[in-house]
Design a protein around this ligand. Structure first.
Ligand SMILES: [Zn+2]
Length: 381
């Protein structure tokens, strides 16, 4: 509004606000993606400063894969050793997978290991998986322990447990199998005896359990992936699943556990720190949660300094171009740069700028300490 004094001294009010007549220019949250005008130094890191071990990777058809081509992609990132957590290429049900490999007889895992061995350098190692078919029937536990032993003899160097434990798998009575179910105890103990770590993914980000509204940080992810929405009865409250996982860790102090995705506490490092203080057998990896660390670089740096012996590099999905986001958060002190998926993080991030001694631990030294059978000569001191 503007007051205009005309020559005759009459005051009139004229509207200069033309837009008031126009439609309110609303835009989808998904569409709004303003280009930052901030000018600050940028350090795009496409190759890690040190050779590294990715402890959270999935390759689903190794016997038929072009391993040479994979090694070339790994070289470009400085990814020296990939831990393929899908040693058996199934999540719950053994049988025919990927066309022609009968995993029932362990052949998929053995064929995969042989394929990598034939390359002459052990740049992919395998974690095995458990079949929960027949869980609760007599003899299930004994059979599973035997199969685990056989897999380790064949060359598996760890056990991966998918989030389906606690969320999908059911026992003989049709009840969800609890993560700390005593019928699994013999398996965790056996892993301790065999000195192999257990990488376990439990639950999902807590916002999936929260109301799907404007207050939910993962609203966009739920909106675009509705099947990820959970509730207190589907299958259980988030905190119950997480507490069950922590109870499992505390029941088996002689077994090393790697809590995948920072145990879904990357947004609450104080609580995660308490967990690591209480349970010395627990490690964490930051697959898919680097944006949580990148939005709190100061707290993250303190955390990485305090727990520098307990953190491993993990990425999860094999999209080579996305690794640079991880390197940039870990290695640089860049400011206000984007994450690569808006539904994980609509915020911008800051580099933590880890010093070399901590970087080396996170990139490879910690993994070399807890995963058996890796070739230490592939890495610097
Ligand atoms: Zn995974």
């Amino acid at each position: 509004m503007k007051h205009v004094i005309l020559a005759f001294g009459i005051l009139i009010t004229v509207s200069f606000c033309a837009c008031a007549q126009k439609e309110n220019p609303k835009m989808d949250f998904e569409k709004y993606n303003p280009v930052s005008t901030l000018k600050v130094p940028e350090h795009i890191v496409t190759k890690a400063k040190f050779p590294f071990i990715d402890v959270h990777n999935h390759q689903w058809n190794v016997p038929r894969q072009d391993i040479k081509e994979l090694y070339q992609q790994m070289d470009e990132l400085n990814l020296q050793v990939m831990v393929n957590l899908s040693g058996k290429a199934y999540k719950s049900t053994p049988g025919k997978v990927n066309g022609d490999f009968d995993v029932q007889g362990n052949s998929y895992l053995v064929n995969s290991i042989n394929k990598v061995t034939a390359t002459g350098s052990k740049r992919m190692v395998f974690f095995t998986n458990l079949s929960f078919v027949g869980f609760g029937e007599p003899g299930w536990t004994e059979r599973a322990v035997k199969e685990l032993e056989k897999d380790v003899q064949s060359g598996a160097c760890g056990l991966k447990i998918y989030k389906d434990l606690g969320m999908e798998f059911k026992d003989e009575k049709g009840q969800y199998i609890k993560i700390d179910d005593p019928r699994l105890d013999a398996i965790w103990s056996k892993c301790g005896e065999l000195h192999i770590p257990v990488l376990i993914h439990t639950a999902d980000p807590k916002p999936f359990w929260d109301a799907e509204d404007e207050n939910n940080e993962r609203w966009l992810e739920i909106a675009t992936h509705p099947n990820r929405k959970r509730s207190n009865t589907n299958p259980a409250p988030w905190q119950t699943l997480i507490d069950d996982q922590h109870h499992l860790f505390s029941k088996h102090p002689n077994t090393i556990f790697i809590a995948a995705h920072f145990g879904w506490y990357a947004n609450d490092l104080t609580t995660l720190g308490h967990l690591l203080d209480t349970l010395p057998n627990v490690y964490v990896e930051f697959g898919a949660v680097i944006a949580e660390l990148g939005r709190q670089p100061k707290a993250a740096k303190t955390f990485f300094t305090t727990y520098q012996n307990r953190i491993l590099f993990g990425k999860d999905s094999w999209v080579p171009s996305e690794y640079s986001t991880y390197f940039r958060v870990l290695e640089t002190e860049d400011e206000y740069f984007p994450y690569h998926k808006k539904y994980h993080a609509f915020w911008r991030m800051y580099g933590i700028g880890l010093p070399d001694d901590i970087l080396k631990k996170v990139y490879y030294k910690n993994a070399l300490n807890i995963i058996p059978g890796l070739d230490k000569t592939m890495f610097p001191d």
